[in-house]
Design a protein around this ligand. Structure first.
Ligand code: PEP
Ligand code: MN
Length: 264
């Protein structure tokens, strides 16, 4: 069902009026890695809105590598995210890590994110497929394109075709960057599937100074949008500060991207 042979027209995924896959301009999702406080979410929402983002991100359930790292605010965080999104007119996306969190995530967020670590959590994919909530499915860090599309198939097979794919870099031998951004996936997936695909240059590189250039590259090869980490005070972020832009950095990225689109 994810294949273009089965469904030749491109699918448009509508998240509270923000449309992935059919507009001339890419969809920009921005916000902090983690929801930390209500003030932090309001400040982030103000910055990404004024920069020109159409959606707000923020994690309440965080899949951290170590158990002693900040694990997220849970339901309380979902409320801050929802309030910030409403205050600035931005639909919100947040990650669900297990089936038991799905109801709360659907209640508070406009789009459900399945993170790289859960791309092959097949029970979770099936449950998300049973909802009619838009889904942002991130590529597993060692997933092939075939496995990535097979994961999306689980969601579509349950009747939910509102799926946006997200390339976020894959694990390679290179350690200078956090992951290796696999940009060929974008034109390949657009050939193979009717689903929209966006790129996350923040997790792909792990380095703030690479986010704008790799984000631009992703748009040049045809990505339908970007997801970028933006924090009001990256030096104090509880998670992923090194790859987060501040409000000024995000405004500069947006200026660069708008300039790019005058040529494309
Ligand atoms: C995220 O986007 O918050 C995240 C944890 O990313 P990934 O699942 O791609 O590592
Ligand atoms: Mn992060």
């Amino acid at each position: 069902m994810v294949s273009r042979d089965f469904h030749p027209e491109s699918t448009v995924v509508n998240v509270g009026g923000v449309r992935f896959g059919d507009s001339e301009k890419p969809v920009m999702i921005a916000g902090p890695c983690s929801i930390e406080t209500e003030e932090q979410m309001m400040a982030a929402a103000e910055q990404v809105k004024s920069g020109g983002a159409q959606m707000l991100r923020g994690g309440a359930f965080k899949p951290r590598t170590g158990p002693y790292s900040f694990q997220g605010l849970g339901i309380e965080g979902l409320k801050y995210l929802q309030r910030a999104g409403k205050a600035y007119g931005l639909p919100v996306v947040t990650e669900v890590m297990r089936i038991g969190q799905l109801e709360a995530v659907c209640e508070h967020a406009d789009m459900v994110q399945i993170g790289a670590r859960n791309m092959q959590n097949f029970d979770l994919l099936k449950e998300v497929g049973k909802t009619r909530h838009p889904v942002l499915l991130k590529r597993g860090m060692s997933a092939t394109i075939e496995e990535f599309l097979a994961a999306a198939e689980y969601i579509l097979a349950e009747g939910n075709d509102q799926v946006v794919l997200c390339e976020r870099g894959i694990r390679t031998f290179e350690k200078t960057t956090r992951n290796t951004l696999d940009l060929s996936v974008v034109p390949l997936i657009k050939e193979m599937s009717h689903l929209p695909i966006i790129v996350d240059p923040s997790h792909a590189t792990g380095k703030r100074n690479l986010v704008t250039s790799m984000g631009k590259a992703a748009l040049v090869v045809g990505a339908h949008g970007l997801m970028v980490e933006v924090h009001p005070d990256p030096a104090r972020a509880l998670c992923d500060g090194a790859q987060s832009l501040d409000g000024i950095g995000f405004a500069e990225l947006m200026k660069d991207i708008n300039g790019l689109f005058e040529y494309l």
